[in-house]
Design a protein around this ligand. Structure first.
Ligand SMILES: Cc1ncc(COP(=O)(O)O)c(C=O)c1O
Length: 374
């Protein structure tokens, strides 16, 4: 069925398409000059020293963890209320994700006291996921990481444009990983970025992105020395120039699109006030990227409500089934009551910059009708 209102939608401008075509016409299809430009523009946007473009957000997380030296025996405190990709790359490296609970059902991001309780002698890092683009408790997590001598890393897949004061949320940890998957605020299809202020980490991410090599084909084309050594095993996680060109073009109007998302979220909140609880409250001094708008459906009704909304042509989703409940991560000792309650009640409504007032009205009417079926 074609949805009348999809959950997310991408609309490219003529400038975006021209930028991609120019990349193809240049004849340079793999990682090259446009990727370097995209990295520089992205780092400047975040206010960090380095941004390293990679194949997707999962690759960005994998490289961030690998470059930080996380490996067998290391424990890393992560949220379970996230996409599986926050935790899975840790397991690929032999490290152990230790799940901690969220603050509340309205604030579904890591709770600093739960993180503190989950830290043990083998803990090396905390991974914050700014859920829905909300900075969450990032400052308290920063202080906790400093106090306990741990790295603060971020799965910033939702968070491009999210700020605390004037600082981009991603600049508050040692390193952050972004996704440019089709449903994200900066969508290019598949793509990701690792951002950091640490020169050594950036260098290691760059090396591991390309088989552990110093030398890239773009360097060779420009006549730089051809020899290379492999000191540590790496991956092929490079991004290519046509997608970098799209990222660069779209980055130029990201703030404008995020502002439209903020307006849409404000009108959702106003329209749904007194009807159903909206999570992710605004916080003074913090700016969300408004990646998601989520509501809380009580009484075990979420899936039925979701089906009724779907019958009216409105696509919804669930962010997320808790990771610790998946078979591959199941450990009977893990108990995260707030995450579990949130996972049963949360429902994500459609949100994208060019959503029309009529589309939003249809969503709201469908939610109201689905909550009180006649
Ligand atoms: C929170 C979170 N982490 C990681 C990812 C993985 O990103 P990608 O799909 O680009 O690999 C996503 C998006 O899919 C995500 O939403």
């Amino acid at each position: 069925m074609a949805w009348q209102v999809p959950l997310a939608d991408v609309r490219l401008t003529q400038a975006d398409i021209d930028a991609v075509l120019a990349a193809y016409r240049s004849g340079w299809l793999s990682m090259g000059p446009r990727t370097l430009q995209f990295e520089a523009a992205f780092a400047a946007y975040l206010g960090v020293r380095h941004a390293v473009a990679v194949a997707n957000g999962t690759a960005a997380l994998h490289l961030m963890y690998a470059a930080c030296g996380l490996g067998p025996g290391d424990e890393v405190v992560v949220p379970s209320m996230t996409f599986v990709a926050t935790a899975a790359p840790l397991r690929h490296l032999g490290a152990v994700p230790v799940f901690a609970d969220i603050v509340s059902e309205l604030e579904p991001w890591l709770a600093p006291d739960a993180v503190d309780a989950a830290i043990g002698p083998a803990t090396k890092a905390i991974v914050h996921m700014p859920y829905g683009g909300h900075p969450g408790e990032v400052e308290a997590l920063r202080a906790l990481a400093d106090r306990r001598g741990l790295l603060l890393l971020q799965d910033a897949a939702h968070a491009i444009g999210a700020r605390v004061g004037e600082r981009h949320v991603a600049s508050i940890g040692e390193c952050a990983a972004f996704s440019f998957f089709s449903n994200k605020n900066l969508a290019i299809g598949e793509g990701g970025m690792v951002a950091t202020n640490d020169d050594g980490l950036a260098e290691e991410v760059r090396r591991l992105r390309s088989h552990g090599m110093e030398m890239l084909s773009w360097d060779r084309l420009r006549g730089r020395a051809a020899g290379y050594d492999i000191e540590r095993l790496g991956f092929n996680y490079r991004l290519d120039d046509p997608r970098s060109a799209l990222g660069l073009s779209r980055l130029a109007r990201l703030d404008e699109e995020n502002a439209k998302r903020a307006d849409l979220v404000a009108s959702y909140r106003a329209a749904l006030e007194g009807v159903v609880g909206c999570a992710l409250p605004e916080r003074e001094g913090a700016r969300s990227s408004n990646h998601l708008i989520t509501i809380l459906v009580e009484g075990g009704e979420r899936d039925a409500v979701r089906a009724r909304i779907g019958e009216r042509g409105v696509q919804t989703s669930v962010h997320y089934p808790p990771v610790h409940r998946f078979s591959a991560f199941h450990d009977p000792r893990t108990s995260l009551p707030v995450t579990e309650r949130y996972g049963e009640r949360t429902l994500t409504l459609p949100l994208f910059g060019h959503m029309t007032a009529a589309q939003q009205r249809l969503v709201v009417e469908s939610v109201v009708a689905a909550l009180a079926p006649s």
